[in-house]
Design a protein around this ligand. Structure first.
Ligand code: FAD
Length: 381
């Protein structure tokens, strides 16, 4: 494994920290932010194999979201009504926490917006009817003719809810980077962690030599399997995006989910549409950390725009990133079992931007000994 001399030559790092965070994505940056906010004396470093936000955090669709309404039917089926309710509140609290902590709107990082879930089948409607009232009360059924977007395929229903934001992901990361740098966190970039030797004082072997710390925080998302000694059961899943410049300056405000077609989309500004999803169009090949796009999925996204939304235009950008999926689609957070002083927040299964900020705050409190367990762990016992 290589480490480029020029990346590190002008910097003198310590080799010993109170806390080392692996991964400079949204989770790593946010955890560093909360750690230093609560304890400015703490010596913290973030080790990143690439650059800040080079993972999913800088490649996503920019939905600061609780997830589609159909996601909560999945959580209700898996966890029951009471826990699904708590998980929903958790996601909303996480979004509220971020928007209360920073002036996202003034800094052009985010705009508050509605979320729309389109439902195609009676089977999906039946599932939605089982979602607890605590969640459903926040959603309104809107007549399909009044929805801001029409599909070629007749939809059964559309629901809208509020409390979410459309964000510019890299602007958000830049804000966090600045805050964290101002707090005095060291960034060790271009250094891949090759092995973690857990123990009361974790040792971290990297392509730029070894580091040690009192506590280790692992925020490696879909690439966690590359550290097999940690035994984190997180599967990498590629997600792909298509940005289109439409022929006419169409615009509709909102985060749009068409979960049965496995598509989500939003307008960035008039005439600019971002659409993502369609992973199942080539499922066998999406279990990868490759950030290349695949023609099959890009074609499926393009067909969705032209055939389902009836928009025409040119393909502007195509890109991909790696999500980390867990078996139950909820992230692994908390202490890593059987590893002293090692903690994890990873595997957000496509919802890290919405759910991550509160998780990061709780992880900081856990490392600082101010709480015994993050809420997500308590809720899903
Ligand atoms: C195309 C796409 C669209 C998405 N859309 C949305 C959305 O709209 N809303 C939403 O909530 N979520 C979305 N997601 C998911 C969301 O982006 C993630 O849940 C979130 O970014 C996870 O943040 P993270 O910090 O855990 O992971 P990442 O941002 O992936 O950060 C992990 C970091 O760890 C580094 N790393 C990994 N292994 C090592 C190692 N061994 N040594 C050193 N560094 C290492 C990586 O380089 C990376 O920078 C999307 C994801 C993709 C790919």
């Amino acid at each position: 494994m290589s480490a480029i001399y020029w990346t590190h030559s002008s910097k003198s790092y310590s080799r010993q920290y109170d806390v080392i965070i692996i991964g400079a994505g949204y989770l790593g940056l946010s955890t560093a932010y909360w750690l230093k906010k609560h304890n400015p004396e703490l010596k913290v470093a973030i080790i990143e194999k690439d650059s800040i936000g080079s993972g999913a955090s800088g490649r996503n669709a920019g939905f600061l979201t609780k997830g589609s309404l159909l996601f909560y039917s999945h959580l209700t089926e898996t966890w029951g009504a009471e826990k699904a309710n708590l998980l929903y509140e958790y996601a909303q609290n996480s979004i509220n926490l971020l928007s209360a902590e920073f002036d996202l709107v003034c800094d052009s990082i985010a705009a508050p917006t509605a979320a729309w879930t389109f439902i195609r089948t009676d089977a999906a409607l039946e599932k939605i009817s089982k979602i607890p009232q605590g969640i459903l009360k926040d959603y309104t059924e809107v007549h399909l003719d009044e929805a801001p977007v029409r599909h070629a395929t007749p939809m059964k229903k559309v629901f809208t809810g509020s409390g979410e934001f459309s964000i510019h992901p890299t602007r958000l990361l830049s804000l966090l980077e600045k805050k964290v740098k101002d707090f005095g966190v060291d960034f060790i970039l271009g250094a891949q962690v090759l092995k973690v030797n857990a123990g009361s004082k974790p040792e971290i072997e990297t392509s730029f030599g070894n580091f040690s710390c009192e506590q280790l925080m692992v925020c490696t998302n879909g690439e966690s399997y590359l550290l097999p000694e940690l035994k984190l059961d997180i599967v990498p899943q590629r997600a792909q995006m298509l940005a289109m410049k439409l022929k006419t300056p169409i615009y509709a405000s909102g985060l749009f989910y068409d979960p049965e077609a496995r598509v989500y989309f939003k307008f960035d500004r008039p005439g600019y549409l971002l659409v993502g999803g369609k992973r199942l169009a080539d499922e066998a090949n999406e279990n990868t950390i490759s950030t290349n796009v695949s023609p099959k999925i890009q074609e499926a996204l393009y067909q969705y725009v032209t055939n389902e939304l009836n928009y025409s235009g040119e393909q502007l950008n195509t890109w991909a990133g790696t999500m980390g999926f867990t078996k139950n689609e909820l992230p692994y957070v908390g202490k890593i079992s059987n590893f002293d002083s090692c903690y994890v927040a990873a595997g957000f299964s496509g919802h890290g931007m919405g759910w991550g900020f509160k998780t990061a705050q709780e992880m900081a409190l856990l490392l600082l000994g101010k709480i015994n367990e993050p809420q997500l762990v308590q809720m899903t016992k």
